[in-house]
Design a binder for this molecule. Structure first.
Ligand code: NAD
Length: 427
């Protein structure tokens, strides 16, 4: 993994900012994370000992509203990664037009080595450390890599115990019975799926003639693969942290997912009710998956997987970044020169934070929306954001990433302008 991930994220801000003639005020705001809290989190382990884990939360920028961003549990979490992810959240919320700034959090831990009770105690310890740093009108966490609805439920519960009042709007991605929103579970994948449908439509492609490879088979990767297959796309390669599978005939995504739930690994199976049998396939590595000859490549795991070293070998015509930051800035240029069209993370995976916003709005209203209402509103917001980015891409001959950042710069710039700039005070 790229250790310069934050430098990489800042380099896009400066190069796109200069190209788009963005004011120094906006660039300065985006170069300076607002606040970072680092804490050692004590956890009583099942054997009675106490272990300490590093926990982080970064509020990157709150110009457009309270800050918003997920919490990641992963052994490679570090302060620079958290800052990069929080910066991307700032850009993403502005691209979609959500009333939020950007934040992110994480704990450096391999959750696969902890028992369920240790994970609960760790989640609660994180909230005890962060309780004064988060809040429904301050900063609102959500799930990310290796965190899920149950963990969000524990975190919300701990926050409410500390603040001695119900505050479901403090965290999104909660279980529906604990104030979560219908439609949040698959929202990240659904948002990416809606972007792909728009793309296919614009380019007069058909789902049936379009093949897809998906790296990472968790919340984002599984759901986008499932929705695409249901719409007629052929999913020819799937992987997770332990490796992947390939078949030119395509896989039944629901069967592969079902088997992964019971065996914890990706297996090439087709299931009829409870009976699953192996299907013809080739075992592949994660590196091989990225270079598969598929029409659409969906990196949906971690950042920094497409670099200047492997970008020239990518055969896909389209890349859809469901993961945050899977393509390093130096690889962008190589892909553009090859003619690869890329839907950037700040648009492609924005469905998750959009439905998180719906969840927060429902919590503040004390009123639940139907699944149909959530889906309709998500579709409207994703199509709208996609088309705004697409129009800029076409009208100004920009990459989709440049066009998306341009929209974010404009929204953040307008907010800064309203507070007053050097030009305003000197005129
Ligand atoms: P998840 O924990 O549900 O799934 C992660 C998947 O990636 C798992 O299948 C895991 O096995 C796989 N993986 C881990 N390391 C890998 C590796 N080295 N190679 C290949 N696969 C690997 O996480 P998620 O929520 O789906 O998040 C995935 C990406 O999507 C992250 O970049 C995250 O920031 C981004 N994202 C998630 C959400 C959300 O709502 N969950 C929203 C926006 C963006």
């Amino acid at each position: 993994m790229n250790t310069d991930v934050y430098e990489n994220a800042l380099s896009r801000i400066s190069s796109y900012g200069v190209k788009a003639k963005v004011s120094d005020e906006v660039l300065d705001a985006l170069y300076h994370p607002k606040a970072m809290l680092t804490s050692s989190l004590p956890v009583r382990m099942d054997n009675g000992s106490t272990q300490y884990f590093e926990g982080y939360r970064c509020h990157y920028n709150n110009l457009l509203g309270p800050t918003k961003g997920g919490v990641r549990f992963h052994p490679l979490v570090n302060a620079e990664e958290v800052k990069a992810l929080a910066l991307w959240m700032t850009v993403k919320c502005a691209v979609v037009g959500l009333p939020y700034g950007g934040a992110k959090g994480g704990i450096k831990v391999d959750p696969k080595t902890l028992s369920p009770m240790e994970i609960e105690r760790l989640s609660r310890s994180y909230v005890r450390a962060m309780a004064d740093f988060i809040g429904p009108q301050v900063d609102i966490p959500a799930p990310d890599v290796y965190t899920n609805a149950r963990i969000m439920g524990w975190m919300a519960d701990e926050y409410e115990a500390i603040s001695r009042k119900k505050a479901p709007g403090v965290i999104t991605g909660k279980p529906v019975n604990l104030g979560g929103s219908l439609g949040r579970e698959d929202a990240t994948g659904r948002g990416a799926y809606l972007c792909i449908l728009e793309l296919v439509n614009k380019l007069n492609l058909t789902p049936e003639s379009t093949t897809v490879a998906v790296q990472g088979f968790g919340n984002g990767g599984y759901n986008v693969a499932r929705l695409l297959q249901e719409a007629g796309f052929k999913i020819i390669a799937i992987s997770d942290s332990k490796g992947g599978i390939y078949s030119s005939k395509g896989f039944d995504v629901a069967s592969v997912y079902k088997q992964k739930q019971s065996s914890s690994r990706i297996t090439a199976v087709y299931c009829e009710q409870s009976v699953c049998h192996q299907v013809e396939h080739t075992q592949i590595t994660n590196e091989e998956l990225l270079e598969i000859d598929a029409d659409i490549l969906i990196p949906a795991a971690l950042e920094g997987v497409i670099t200047k070293e492997n970008a020239a070998n990518i055969k896909a015509r389209f890349i859809v970044e469901v993961a945050n930051g899977p393509v390093e800035s130096e690889a962008d240029k190589i892909l553009e020169e090859k003619g690869t069209l890329l839907i950037p993370d700040v648009l492609a995976n924005a469905g998750g934070v959009t439905v998180s916003y719906f969840e927060w709005a429902q919590n503040l209203q004390g009123y639940s929306w139907t699944l149909e209402e959530v889906h309709n509103r998500l579709e409207q917001m994703m199509r709208n954001a996609f088309n705004q980015v697409w129009d800029q891409h076409k009208e100004n001959n920009l990459s989709l990433r440049e066009a998306a950042y341009g929209l974010a710069f404009k929204r953040l710039g307008d907010a800064i302008e309203l507070h007053g700039t050097r030009d305003y005070f000197n005129s």
